[in-house]
Structures are given as C-alpha cells and as structure tokens.
Design a protein around this ligand. Structure first.
Ligand SMILES: Cc1cc2nc3c(=O)[nH]c(=O)nc-3n(C[C@H](O)[C@H](O)[C@H](O)COP(=O)(O)O)c2cc1C
Length: 288
C-alpha cells in the first residue's frame, strides 16, 4: 500500500511548515523516505512525455560552514536539517511532471507525520543544484525541507501565512465550470467527482494563487484542466510556478480518483471551448 491512511485525510492534514526541531530524521524514517524517493509507486500522466525526474535527500549538517550560511531560504525556514531535492531533464511538461511527483512525495512525508514546505523561489538554487549534481540538461524547479515540525509555528511564519492567506482557498464558483467558462459547476449531481475537485481546491500553490481552473463537459465525465497566468500592464506573466501548481492539482485529482475507485485516464487534447485569454489548456481527464 502506498499510503498508510486515506489520501483524502492526508491532503487535508498537509500544510506548509517552516519551523523545525533540529533533530535529524531517525534512521528507519530516513530509509522509508529514500525508498519513496525512488518513485516506484508514483507515475504522473506527464511522465511519458517529460524527461527523467530524480530525487534525493540532502542533509545540511554535511555542508561546509560556508555553505550552511548560504541555504538561501532567507530566514523563512528555521531548524530544518534535511531537504528533498529533485532534478528534472529539461523538456515539455518537465515542471508539470515535477509538480505531480514532488507533491506525491510531500503527501507521503505528511503520511509519516513529517513537516514539509514547497520552496520554489526562496532557496539557493545553485547550491542545491550542486548538491544533487545537476547536469546541464537538468533543472531543480523546487525543493522542500523535510523533518520534525516544531511544536508551534514561530511569529515570522505566522506573518508569512497571514500575508499569503495560507488557510484560505477560492470557492468552487471561482474554480470549476461546466460547458463554458461562464457557467458554474454545481457540486450536486457529480457524485464522487465532487470529492476529487475538492481535493484539487485544497492543494498548495505558489503564493497561494490557486491558478487551476477546471471545466466539465455537459453530460460526460470529462474534465479539462487549465492554468491561469497572472496579467500585468505588459501582458500575461508566464511564470514557471503555475506549471508546478497544475502538476499538484493533477496529483490530488489522480490519487484521490484511485482511492475512491473512479476509473478513467488522462489525455492531451484541447476541447473546442472558448476560454479567457489568461487561461492555458494543460490536460484532460476522461472518466470511464
Ligand atoms: C510551487 C510552489 C512554490 C512555493 N514556493 C514557496 C517559497 O519559495 N517560499 C515559501 O515560504 N512558500 C512557498 N510555497 C508555499 C505556499 O506559500 C503555500 O503552499 C500556500 O501559501 C498555501 O499554504 P499551505 O501550503 O499551508 O496550504 C510554495 C508553494 C508551491 C506549491
């Protein structure tokens, strides 16, 4: 069994944790985690198209003193001794794939009652790239500390959480649609799919922007996933984080579908549906 408890409970349990006890991972826990990092249990719908993706556990006590000062987490993360770091071959869908796989790992760590926090921007990318021996054709899109959470969140962490409204999520009406982007999807009449979409809604995202938008076809269990890019005076901002975020959304939907016993598969075929210009089509789920 991949998880020891319901994935739905694990998704609800996970929150970003930025304050850690300085305790190193116990040997048994470390071994379990290293096994998970081999990715034998997880495969994303992007894996076939994207290049190879690999993960490792990096312990900062092994860093030299100069490196220890340069983790680049800008005081956001405190006490963490170990980090999960991944490298992905640069390719189409590399970040979507990475988003799915690192989130599956993070949920596994949550299942083991370990603290984690997605870090897409605030880390020393060149240092961690060196530690994972990143090749020129690879990138390190994000990392996470992993360890025993401190008993309480420190004041600085509480400020960060309140700044990004970390506990809030957009309502269904803002995220899920039916037939066209001006018709809201009702939670009634979609049976177990309501749980899957709720699990997408609860997902973490960079800056808590929640860029996922999903449209269901009328009278069919077909769900099309889009990302919403930010817009400023110069136009659309195609940042790399939303591609990780959509990977996370697909991960939550996919793992929850497996758990509640909904059959189906993923395809890449944009439907002929008129969309706002800031939305970009990514992938579709076809229920069977
Ligand atoms: C792709 C991605 C990148 C993120 N990057 C950072 C980061 O650099 N620093 C940070 O403190 N939090 C980062 N976060 C955490 C988000 O701020 C957090 O997930 C969001 O506020 C929701 O809070 P929650 O995870 O506790 O539910 C990132 C999250 C994601 C998904």
């Amino acid at each position: 069994m991949v998880f020891s408890k319901s994935i739905i409970d694990i998704i609800k349990q996970r929150t970003s944790w930025r304050t850690y006890s300085k305790r190193l991972l116990e040997e048994q826990i470390k071994e379990k985690l290293l096994e998970i990092l081999k990715l034998r249990n997880f495969k994303s719908p992007f894996s076939e198209i994207a290049g190879n993706c690999r993960f490792d556990l990096i312990a900062t006590p092994e860093f030299d003193p100069d490196e220890k000062k340069k983790l680049g987490t800008y005081g956001l993360i405190k006490g963490a001794q170990e980090f999960i770091v991944g490298a992905v071959e640069k390719s189409d869908y590399d970040r979507e794939n990475y988003g799915y796989l690192l989130e599956a790992i993070i949920l596994s760590a949550t299942d083991m009652n370990l603290g984690t926090c997605w870090l897409g921007g605030f880390f020393n990318r060149s240092l961690f790239s060196k530690k994972i021996k990143c090749e020129p054709n690879e990138a390190v899109p994000a990392i996470t500390p992993v360890g025993y959470a401190a008993e309480t969140r420190r004041a600085k962490e509480k400020i960060i959480r309140s700044f990004v409204k970390a506990d809030a999520r957009y309502s269904w009406d803002q995220l899920f649609f039916e037939r066209d982007f001006s018709t809201n999807l009702s939670q009634e009449n979609i049976g177990k799919y309501a749980t899957l979409l709720e699990m997408v809604r609860l997902g973490p995202s960079a800056g808590n922007k929640q860029p996922w938008r999903i449209i269901k076809e009328l009278d069919a269990d077909k769900f099309h996933f889009y990302v919403r890019f930010s817009k400023d005076k110069k136009g659309l901002i195609y940042n790399k984080f939303v591609r990780l975020d959509i990977g996370i959304a697909v991960c939550h939907f996919d793992l929850s579908a497996k758990e509640v016993g909904i059959g189906g598969g993923w395809t890449f075929s944009e439907p002929d549906i008129e969309k706002p210009e800031e939305l970009k089509y990514i992938i579709s789920w076809n229920g069977t």
